[in-house]
Design a protein around this ligand. Structure first.
Ligand code: GLA
Length: 736
């Protein structure tokens, strides 16, 4: 059903939906929109100035009478007018506004004042579009909402349209602003890091002022991830924790330079505005042109960070990752990188493939080094033809061999990059981003191809399409091993060059979308030197992401914990690799397996060096993983003990149907012979009875065969974890 309104028609065109039936309702008498998910309500309206104003975001409301028509907030002296005190839902920068705007423009005639007013709206099922327009110019900002009732998530983005007769330049285009209820005492959580140390959870109190979380790098970045959560301190001083407390959270779906501002105004409004990074941003729109912002997804729960993560996991699995509900569990893969680096050839890869197949691997992936003159990272990137010395008969013999071992075949590509020492660069030096006559800064001896150029985009699509068409390739590991530098695009002309920040990423998305449309069975992993491109924008187009180049198992506990705040295990690649690894640390092989089994399992070891015992252990672990991976990848996660807070780390996963649960526990180091803390489980049915199946019976202190949910959640499990870097897993199967 489409409900269409405009100002004059608003009073008449109502079809009065019954409460609870429609996810989006317009209360015409109060000029309010109510966006309901199964658990939350989000409300905004049109105020007496005819501007969009935020009203409410929190637990689901069941009574429209609780909601009053909105009026602007009072000014505070002559210094904070209503433009700054009022929680604008999608505010242009104009009038005397001093808070972060959603849209800022300069018109060709020099005007920089933008005041957006409501024009009309349209409701179509779970989607709402609200058209706003400047008070004078035909400059339109249409704000789009989508409600995901089952996931508790709301999506917003905006489309800016120039219907004037003069060019305009957009200087800031944000998807929207989220508000938490007015007040003090909020805390911000976000994910920070660097290469080989991604997704470290940071928590800090929000104070007056503005905190910027951003990437200026042209890609999502290892340094900060476009996710946030804000929790409230309750009246009794209690903080939200894993199981309790109000948490508002959001994530941006964009893989280019992005920005989130977390702002506490002098009037106790905490607001988060997010979209394209405004740094070096200028997007010209000629008459008739439009710009769409990335989507910004948000949710609320009263049940703490654990539930906030589970909501995002379910949402991402069902509505973001390809396949949705019907996505299969991820295969166990083997990747050659850490074993052979650039020294790949047909016999060597075949030997690894044979060994991988024996331990139960389902997908064999050949990493870097198979193409051009790629013997190290100094040459060959860009020359995407099979190296004839390493593979004299092309890729077919290897792929056929891999397939004959009952595995599918994947291959590494880095389509956005070029080594200056390559045929491609010698032929097309103008294809990299650059400022003419200026240095071209290399990183890992490579430059960035300017994907914003349509000829580069077409060339890239064509060689990828050819590679996948001519070979039985099931999977691409799509890498990107550096960030932008000197982001010039001389061919676009000075007025349009800065469009590169948007066009690069939208062209990248287009290539992947076209490739997948043409090769529907093809799967893709997003890698950027580890977790440099992990966000809900790329996840719409790829089946999994490479979490970090750091595969050291103890470091991984924190990287994976941070990752789990925002993203599901289904997409989180985790490999078992050789030791010593980062930090010079050596952990037991079983520990490494257990850590990697909390994601989508991969093996990256040099199998040529394994002992018979290693093979036996790996075979056992992979077989065990296959029995629990559905629950890990597609179930509900309960973080029971955090690696940030103590020696014990424990995570539990419960399948959606509640029939299976699996616990992983890790002890960093035992001291004074103390037993590891008791682990009380979560997410079980107290009245249910579960068969307790430890991976290693000797680790279970109380030798239980079955236990009730009440016992497991109240008494808990005691595990005999000893020494350093010990770990184990316990499987629970519901029997009654
Ligand atoms: C990046 C990736 C690695 C590997 C190398 C290959 O660093 O993150 O996994 O693929 O490139 O050069």
């Amino acid at each position: 059903m489409i409900n269409r309104y405009c100002l004059c028609a608003a009073a008449i065109a109502l079809c009065a939906p019954v409460f609870g039936q429609e996810p989006i309702r317009f209360l015409a008498d109060k000029k309010l929109w109510v966006l309901d998910t199964n658990t939350t309500s989000y409300v905004f309206g049109v105020n007496e100035r005819n501007q969009l104003q935020h009203v409410y975001w929190g637990v689901r409301l069941w009574r429209d009478a609780d909601l009053a028509a909105v009026r602007t907030s009072p000014e505070w002296a002559s210094f904070d007018g209503v433009a700054s005190t009022t929680p604008g839902e999608y505010a242009g920068w104009g009038s005397n506004m001093y808070t972060e705007p959603c849209l800022k423009v300069t018109l060709a005639d020099g005007n920089r004042d933008l005041v957006l007013r409501y024009v009309s709206h349209q409701i179509q099922g779970d989607r709402l579009e609200v058209v706003t327009k400047d008070i004078q110019y035909d400059l339109f900002a249409t704000v789009h909402y989508r409600v995901y009732p089952s996931a508790g998530i709301i999506e917003k983005h905006a489309v800016i349209e120039n219907r004037t007769s003069q060019p305009i330049t957009i200087e800031s285009a944000q998807a929207g602003t989220w508000y938490v209820p007015p007040g003090d005492g909020y805390r911000l959580s976000y994910l920070n890091g660097r290469w080989a140390g991604e997704t470290q959870l940071v928590q800090e109190d929000i104070h007056p002022g503005l905190k910027v979380l951003e990437s200026r790098r042209g890609t999502t970045s290892h340094q900060t991830n476009p996710w946030f959560a804000i929790d409230a301190v309750e009246g009794d001083g209690a903080r939200a924790d894993e199981g309790r407390g109000r948490v508002w959270f959001g994530a941006l779906g964009w893989s280019g330079s992005w920005r989130l501002t977390v702002e506490q105004t002098p009037h106790q409004q905490v607001r988060v505005t997010g979209g394209y990074n405004t740094f070096d941003f200028a997007y010209p729109l000629n008459p008739g042109e439009r710009l769409e912002t990335p989507p910004f997804y948000g949710g609320f729960t009263s049940n703490g960070f654990g539930e906030a993560s589970r909501m995002l996991h379910r949402f991402t699995r069902e509505f973001i990752l390809p396949g949705g509900h019907s996505a299969k569990v991820r295969p166990v893969l083997y990747n050659s990188w850490e074993a052979t680096e650039f020294n790949v050839d047909e016999p060597g890869q075949k030997a690894l493939a044979e060994k991988a197949a024996k331990i139960g691997v389902e997908r064999f992936v050949m990493d870097d080094g198979w193409f051009g003159a790629r013997n190290d990272d100094h040459a060959g990137l860009g020359d995407w033809f099979v190296n004839p010395k390493k593979f004299p008969n092309g890729l077919q013999p290897l792929i056929r061999y891999v397939n004959s071992l009952d595995m599918d075949f994947g291959i590494w590509v880095e389509p956005e990059m070029v080594n200056p020492n390559s045929d491609l660069y010698r032929k097309h030096p103008d294809w990299v981003m650059n400022f003419p006559g200026r240095p071209r800064t290399e990183a890992r001896n490579q430059l960035v191809l300017n994907m914003a150029r349509d000829d580069v985009k077409e060339y890239t699509f064509e060689w990828l399409d050819k590679l996948v068409t001519e070979n039985n390739i099931a999977f691409l590991k799509w890498d990107m091993n550096r960030n932008f530098s000197e982001p010039g695009w001389p061919e676009a002309g000075p007025a349009s060059e800065k469009k590169i920040w948007v066009k690069y990423t939208s062209n990248l998305y287009e290539i992947i979308d076209r490739l997948r449309a043409k090769h529907p069975k093809l799967e893709i992993e997003s890698c950027s030197g580890g977790g440099g491109r992990v966000d809900l924008g790329i996840m719409k187009r790829v089946d999994e992401v490479w979490t970090s180049d750091n595969t050291e198992a103890f470091d991984r506990l924190r990287i994976q914990e941070g990752f789990s705040y925002a993203y599901p295990a289904q997409g989180m690649m985790a490999w078992v690799t050789d030791v010593p690894n980062y930090n010079g640390r050596s952990t037991p092989l079983a520990y490494r397996f257990l850590v990697a089994m909390m994601g989508s399992l991969g093996i990256g070891n040099n199998l040529n060096k394994w002992t018979n015992d290693d093979y036996a252990l790996a075979t056992q672990m992979i077989a065990y993983y296959k029995t629990i991976r559905g629950t890990v990848q597609q179930g509900r996660l309960y973080r029971l003990f955090s690696p940030r807070l103590g020696e014990l780390t424990a995570n539990q996963y419960v399948s959606e149907d509640g029939k299976q649960s699996v616990l992983f526990a890790f002890l960093r180091g035992q001291q004074y012979g103390r037993p590891a803390p008791t682990i009380r489980l979560r997410g079980l049915d107290e009245r249910g009875v579960y068969r307790v199946k430890p991976l290693d019976g000797s680790k279970l202190v109380e030798k239980l065969e079955t236990a009730s949910g009440a016992y497991l959640q109240s008494h808990g499990l005691n595990l005999a974890l000893t020494g350093d870097y010990d770990g184990t897993s316990v499987l629970l199967e519901r029997v009654e």
